[in-house]
Write a protein that binds this ligand. Structure first.
Ligand code: PRX
Length: 653
């Protein structure tokens, strides 16, 4: 991992730190004895957190661990939707607002817990009428509208695992996920509003369903009211849901009943269906949401800007906050529509107190200028969070000063689709924070930084981030691919979960995340594998071979740079036109988020004598660095040629 050693050594010597204010500390949900309490008896600690949920039947045993297979709260029975909704209504909190929904065009909806429960019950009844039973998989492909959360909760209510596919993914990407999970139903909408216009979603579903699948019905929300093609398979959401009974008695499911599948990129072209179960997942998302965000459900207005298409939207928009009875903001659109102050305007409008977002958006705000946040009253904010990628100290400080008015603690939360819930983060009333560090594992979690032999490194050193104890919200597997589960996560260090991230411990033992050490890129907080983009490029008729790297990008964290060898003997477009064609082709195969920032046509790629592409060298080129040690290359001159080609391409820009 020479590349990573380099970045370890380059890590900024950051010595600023911020203690929680005495006022914040005094009122915080997590008090200083929280860590010691968890350390005393980890399993008893998690049992205590599980007890905060409503169980129809209590578990018989807390954990069964046969690495790499965990079962938590064995024998317990509960219903996710009852925990998120029914119990609030039953305990007199039905009139509390669950969501302040803000559509991009400015339409709004205020949805109380009682209303949300009614909608979820009616939707659950609609799913039953359609023929969905416990265990059936349902694909959800929707914009960020209340029906997305309602659909997820309705599936959970009847025990049908949902597989949410981000609305920005293409028809091809949707089809492969429908096939892999063997979904029986797709829930979608005609479209949504983004960047000032209505975009369409239903045509992508129609296109996807031209392939092989076992989808019987498509349930369609009318969000934009645009014209849509219609088949016998399609059902309007408003028609079927409206006629349902508002009564639905939820059945409880086993703690280990699958709650959802969520696809994420790995190091191969095929995304992995990460699957999560019910009891442990809900326990950890609820606990972390309470202590990391310090939620006071009676007074806070919480806003997590993530889309439900990602794990953050699952854990910290739908399940965690609703279980805790939070009042949330949900926003459909983009941060710059109709103006660059939109997010701040919404914070001021609803008096948002807790804001959870991604470093890429924070850096974008910095670029746009301080005048946008400063034009709005952000004094309601009392806590800020970040997630998805390492946050650079400058962005962290800007977030603290300009958005947080120097008074809000910042929680930099490290976790993954696989971990299901936050694993490493400051606790805002206890932990001193350092700009750019996620600090330490939360109570009840064991994370370490180790060397190649799985030996923990000393303070001041770097290595690989591992999780050496099972945790309640951990993934239970890769859907239908058990070998891949074992191979990907548990084989690098035998029986220990390897997260795929490099990390460093500073001299005080605080954890600094350094990004992925595998072939996974992180673009604006979204995971995309180099191989996935390579195979999309190679599926274009003009491309013979492709190598893709994630290059440092000031705005998006990493940007996708592709090196492409063209096929000879076939007529293809050239120059800009080819470039556009290839970028669009990747968007068609995967989605617009995977479009390369730059495509370089080269004659050869740097390979070792055994034929392995040396991405490290391509990254040097893409990041404008002196090319590192190239002595293992079959042809050492290649890098010079590629670098020269890049220089010419830049001169032409
Ligand atoms: O590399 C880490 C980075 O995002 C990866 C997980 O991506 P995903 O499963 O899409 O989940 C993102 C939202 C939880 C991790 O392996 N990552 C996530 N949070 C942080 C981070 N890197 C540094 N700091 C973080 N706070």
């Amino acid at each position: 991992m020479s590349q990573d050693h380099e970045s370890l050594e380059n890590l900024l010597q950051e010595d600023r730190f911020f203690l929680p204010s005495p006022e914040f500390a005094a009122q915080a949900n997590a008090q200083p004895d929280e860590y010691a309490h968890a350390n005393m008896d980890r399993l008893a600690f998690w049992e205590e957190q599980a007890s905060a949920l409503t169980w129809e039947k209590k578990w018989d045993a807390v954990l069964e661990w046969q690495a790499p297979y965990a079962q938590w709260f064995i024998g317990g029975k509960l219903n996710a939707s009852v925990n998120a909704l029914d119990r609030h209504v039953a305990e007199g909190r039905g009139s509390r607002v669950a969501f302040h929904f803000e559509g991009e065009p400015g339409d709004t909806q205020t949805i109380t817990y009682a209303q949300l429960l009614t909608e979820v019950k009616k939707t659950a009844n609609a799913l039953i009428e359609i023929g969905i039973k416990a265990g059936d998989r349902v694909a959800i492909y929707m914009p960020m509208i209340p029906e997305a959360a309602i659909a997820m909760l309705a599936c959970a209510r009847i025990g049908a695992p949902h597989s949410v596919v981000f609305g920005g993914f293409s028809a091809d990407a949707l089809l492969s996920r429908i096939q892999d999970a063997d979904a029986k139903l797709v829930i979608t909408s005609d479209g949504g509003f983004r960047k000032g216009t209505a975009f369409a979603l239903k045509p992508a579903v129609d296109e996807a369903l031209k392939g092989q699948h076992n989808v019987e019905k498509v349930l369609v929300v009318a969000r934009t009211k645009q014209d849509v093609a219609w088949t016998d398979r399609d059902i309007w959401w408003h028609e079927i849901v409206a006629r349902q009974s508002a009564e639905h008695i939820a059945e409880s499911f086993d703690a280990e009943h699958p709650l959802f599948i969520l696809y994420t990129s790995g190091t191969t072209a095929k995304p992995k269906g990460i699957f999560h179960t019910t009891g442990g997942y809900l326990t950890q998302v609820a606990y972390t949401h309470k202590v990391v965000f310090d939620l006071k459900p009676e007074t806070d207005v919480y806003w997590c800007t993530a889309d439900v298409g990602w794990i953050t939207g699952h854990s910290y928009v739908v399940y965690g906050p609703l279980i805790n009875g939070a009042t949330q903001v949900m926003y459909e659109g983009t941060p710059d529509t109709p103006h660059k102050g939109r997010i701040f305007e919404i914070v001021a409008k609803y008096g948002v107190t807790i804001l959870y977002t991604a470093p890429t958006l924070i850096r974008t705000w910095m670029k746009w200028g301080d005048e946008f946040p400063l034009a709005h009253n952000l004094e309601s904010l009392r806590l800020l969070g970040t997630v998805g990628e390492p946050i650079n100290p400058e962005a962290w400080m800007w977030y603290r000063e300009i958005i947080g008015g120097n008074r809000c603690p910042i929680v930099d939360t490290w976790w993954q689709t696989e971990t299901g819930a936050i694993m490493i983060s400051p606790l805002p009333g206890i932990t001193a924070t350092k700009p750019g560090s996620a600090m330490r594992p939360i109570p009840g979690i064991s994370a370490k930084v180790v060397d190649d032999n799985a030996t923990p490194v000393a303070d001041g050193h770097g290595g690989y981030l591992i999780l050496d104890q099972p945790w309640p919200a951990m993934l239970r597997g890769v859907w239908g691919e058990d070998e891949r589960y074992k191979e990907t996560y548990w084989s690098r260090f035998n029986g220990i979960y390897f997260a795929g991230d490099g990390a460093k411990l500073d001299n005080e033992g605080a954890i600094w995340l350094l990004g992925r050490v595998d072939d996974v890129m992180n673009v604006s907080g979204h995971r995309i594998s180099t191989t996935e983009v390579e195979s999309a490029l190679v599926s274009h008729e003009a491309v013979a071979e492709a190598a893709v790297v994630g290059a440092a990008d000031a705005m998006t964290g990493q940007g996708i740079v592709a090196f492409v060898i063209l096929r000879s003997g076939i007529a293809h477009a050239s120059g800009d036109e080819l470039n556009t064609q290839l970028r669009n082709h990747v968007a068609k195969e995967i989605g617009a988020i995977a479009k390369p920032r730059q495509i370089l046509i080269v004659n050869e790629l740097p390979k070792t004598r055994s034929g392995k592409i040396m991405r490290r060298l391509l990254r040097d080129v893409a990041e404008d660095r002196v090319v590192g040690d190239a002595t293992t290359l079959a042809d050492p001159n290649i890098m010079k040629k590629i670098a020269e080609g890049l220089k010419t391409a830049k001169d032409e820009d």
